[in-house]
Design a protein around this ligand. Structure first.
Ligand SMILES: *[C@@H]1O[C@H](CO)[C@@H](O)[C@H](O)[C@H]1NC(C)=O
Ligand SMILES: *[C@@H]1O[C@H](CO)[C@@H](O)[C@H](O)[C@H]1NC(C)=O
Length: 281
């Protein structure tokens, strides 16, 4: 995200060091890989989370990409707490959608409370995918994005929260806020996303209420990509999907996407998680 200048500004940019990894679920029905590049002025933290768990005998996968702005505090907090809170929600299995919506809100409130003594505002996006059995719930706050590949076709499962999205602009104006042009469209002329965790000073307008989409993992669903705007700013949804459709190894797929984004000039904060579904079981 742009608009914040780092105090730390070395004349020699530090090299970007990629962080990669992955795993396979116990029932072998899905595998995942991640790749993260934190270059130049960013801190070397890697803002994604992947968890495989078992709740009431059902295998559950939790995947998220968290892209910070104004420092890394909010992204670190969301990474450390969001899925933990979600798994503790009493309705996690019985009403996963409600559990996700409430957990986003709760985690944002608790983050803001924990930040009482900070005078500088930090915020974070969250793009998450929660797999419960063969049901996938994608929730989004901000401009990281989830794109699914179904029979070779890219389908976005989230719509970026940009301040100039007409429904978002209306919501912000109704709450008494303004959307102004300053290099790009920004809430209060400051923030280039319309929803986020944190951002206390803009909280009336910049909410952490997710939009949630429900997707059944049928046999034509191949894989899901979650990524920060570092990827989507330079690679289209369909190009990303086409590029890795035949890469069976999810970790290799995630790595190729971040490499491509870096090559295309997206120098900072590229985080990508790929979840591949296996149907031959
Ligand atoms: C990269 O991430 C850091 C930490 O969250 C943030 O402070 C910085 O603004 C980000 N930089 C860009 C260009 O997105
Ligand atoms: C929002 O503004 C950007 C330019 O900053 C533009 O590329 C995009 O199409 C706009 N989106 C909408 C929904 O108007």
């Amino acid at each position: 995200m742009s608009g914040y200048n780092s105090v730390f500004n070395p004349s020699q940019p530090e090299p970007s060091v990629p962080i990669n990894g992955g795993g396979l679920s116990e029932n072998k029905k899905f595998s995942y890989g991640f790749s993260s590049l934190r270059g130049k002025r960013a801190s070397m933290e890697d803002f994604h989370d992947t968890k495989i768990s078992k709740v009431d005998g059902i295998i559950v996968g939790l995947f998220g990409v968290f892209d910070g702005h104004g420092g890394s505090r909010a992204a670190v907090y969301v990474k450390q707490n969001l899925f933990k809170n979600l798994l503790e929600h009493p309705q996690f299995v019985t009403d996963t959608k409600v559990a996700i919506a409430e957990t986003y809100k709760q985690t944002d409130n608790e983050y803001l409370k924990s930040e009482n003594n900070q005078h500088r505002d930090a915020g974070s996006t969250a793009s998450t995918a929660v797999l419960v059995g063969d049901r996938l719930l994608v929730a989004n706050v901000g401009d990281s994005r989830a794109v699914i590949c179904i029979a070779g076709k890219a389908i976005a499962l989230s719509t970026d929260h940009k301040p100039n999205r007409s429904d978002e602009r209306q919501r912000i104006e109704k709450a008494g806020g303004v959307v102004m042009w300053s290099g790009t469209w920004r809430v209060g002329g400051v923030l280039a996303v319309s929803r986020a965790f944190g951002d206390r000073l803009l909280k009336k307008y910049v909410v952490a209420e997710p939009e949630i989409q429900d997707q059944l993992i049928t046999s034509d669903v191949e894989f899901l990509v979650l990524a920060s705007d570092g990827l989507w700013d330079v690679v289209s949804n369909q190009d990303a999907v086409t590029m890795v459709q035949n890469v069976q190894d999810a970790q290799e797929a995630a790595k190729r996407l971040t490499d491509e984004a870096y090559k295309k000039g997206s120098a900072d904060n590229i985080t990508c998680v790929v979840i591949r579904f296996h149907h031959n079981f």
